[in-house]
Design a protein around this ligand. Structure first.
Ligand code: NIG
Ligand code: FE
Length: 415
């Protein structure tokens, strides 16, 4: 038989394990790396991925000598759809204003809310589309995308619709998250009323959203409010996520575990007790070290402590216009290596199989039978990608067996 595609002579083939539950603790440090591998694809699926073999014939062969091949990456936490940008906040930061001070004075998230409300649905779509294509160029084919810059019915649903349209247009594996309680809008009569308004919006948001999320933080929503919101979402059958302990230790991680959240995200300031409790839970700790870097904080999430306690962690960008202005997950892999002290194996598992678990998407592995969503990296080994930071090492991105990105250096348009 003749197959569609053969990727041959792969210097290192990265094969995270297929697993029902997220990888925990020491298991993240195990990564199946095949030296001199072969991948065979037919009708968009993986037929074979393993040691070199000449047993297969194909219509098309890609020679991956001196290349790394891996599953396409999964970005499990992004605020992809938003209006405007906040470069003016750089000056405020230079003057010593903190993230929460900027928010308190009506800037920060609230300035993006203004820009998002003003943007038409098509304007939002065009901006998010470009950002999404940049992510794909950087090796990502599964993405979680949150609302949270509308803060009212019309504009929250507008963001969610844009997110859905992107999924349809690019056939990507996307998950959509309703983050109505992301900040308190200026026009809210009270915090309690606004939270109730967002709770009342859940049934409608559910038409588009897979998950409900809330920003549990000083000056935003309390632990009690977060609990109320999560329970209301769960009562409707929505699964929940939480922005927890990003700046202050309010106990959001403990609440996430108690509420069986699919993920708890940030966790920079989480308590030792809550971190230890990760071991008995399938809640994935989604760590966002690009945000800690961008907020210029000294102390990062305690990834090592979470792994020592047998917790499950994933790494994501948190791409947004305020606290983490990069949609390059490779850059965040480098920050995870340096600041979270993760090994290359832990990082690869955290941006593939475990990131997929954090958003319940069938992605992050390229074992037999999986969708053929593959990246060919111009890198001598898998350790190289978190090491050579800030630039794009992708050579090809293959979606369902089809090459959709090909950026071999040297091929300039005018050459
Ligand atoms: O995950 N923390 C809250 N939300 C985003 C930031 C949003 C913004 O600053 O626009 C985050 O960091
Ligand atoms: Fe976020």
């Amino acid at each position: 038989m003749t197959y569609d595609l053969l990727i041959q002579n792969i210097k290192e083939l990265i094969l995270p394990v297929s697993t029902e539950r997220p990888l925990k603790g020491k298991d993240l440090d195990e990564l199946n790396v095949v030296k001199n591998g072969t991948v065979v694809v037919h009708e968009g699926k993986i037929v074979y991925a393993g040691p070199y073999t000449e047993d297969y014939e194909a219509r098309e062969t890609i020679d991956a000598s001196d290349r790394v091949v891996s599953p396409a990456l999964v970005d499990a936490h992004t605020h992809l759809v938003h209006g405007g940008s906040r470069e003016h906040e750089m000056a405020l930061k230079r003057q010593g204003k903190s993230y929460l001070e900027i928010l308190e004075s009506g800037g920060g998230i609230l300035s993006t809310v203004e820009a998002t409300r003003q943007a038409t649905e098509d304007e939002l779509f065009n901006k998010a589309e470009y950002d999404l294509l940049t992510m794909i160029h950087h090796g990502v084919l599964a993405v979680e995308s949150k609302s949270g810059y509308g803060l009212n019915k019309e504009n929250e649903l507008k963001q969610l619709r844009v997110s859905k349209r992107l999924e349809e247009k690019y056939g990507l594996k996307m998950r959509h998250t309703f983050l109505g309680p992301h900040a308190i809008p200026k026009e809210a009569s009270s915090q309690a009323d606004f939270l109730q308004e967002m709770i009342d919006l859940l049934p409608e948001a559910q038409k588009y959203a897979d998950f409900a999320d809330i920003f549990c933080e000083t000056g935003v929503f309390t632990l009690e409010e977060s609990k109320r919101y999560m329970e209301a979402a769960k009562a409707l059958g929505l699964r929940v996520k939480i922005h927890a302990d990003e700046i202050d230790p309010l106990g959001g991680l403990g609440l996430a575990i108690e509420e069986e959240a699919i993920s708890a995200d940030h966790l920079v300031a989480s308590s030792d007790k809550d971190k230890a409790n990760l071991k008995d839970s399938d809640t994935v700790a989604v760590l966002l070290p690009g945000t800690t870097f961008y907020l210029d904080k000294e102390s990062y999430a305690d990834a090592r402590g979470m792994l020592d306690n047998n917790g499950a962690i994933a790494i994501a960008t948190d791409y947004n216009p305020g606290s983490c202005v990069t949609n390059n997950l490779q850059m965040v892999m480098a920050i995870a290596a340096l600041k979270l002290k993760l090994s290359p194996a832990e990082i690869w598992n955290a941006v593939t199989v475990n990131a997929a678990k954090a958003i319940d998407v069938d992605a992050g592995t390229i074992n037999e039978g999986d969708d053929a969503n593959i990246v060919i990296w111009r890198a001598p080994n898998h350790e190289y990608i978190p090491y050579h930071y800030g630039v794009n090492h992708v050579e090809k991105v293959i979606q369902n067996g089809r090459v959709i990105v090909d950026r071999q250096p040297g091929l300039l348009t005018n050459a």
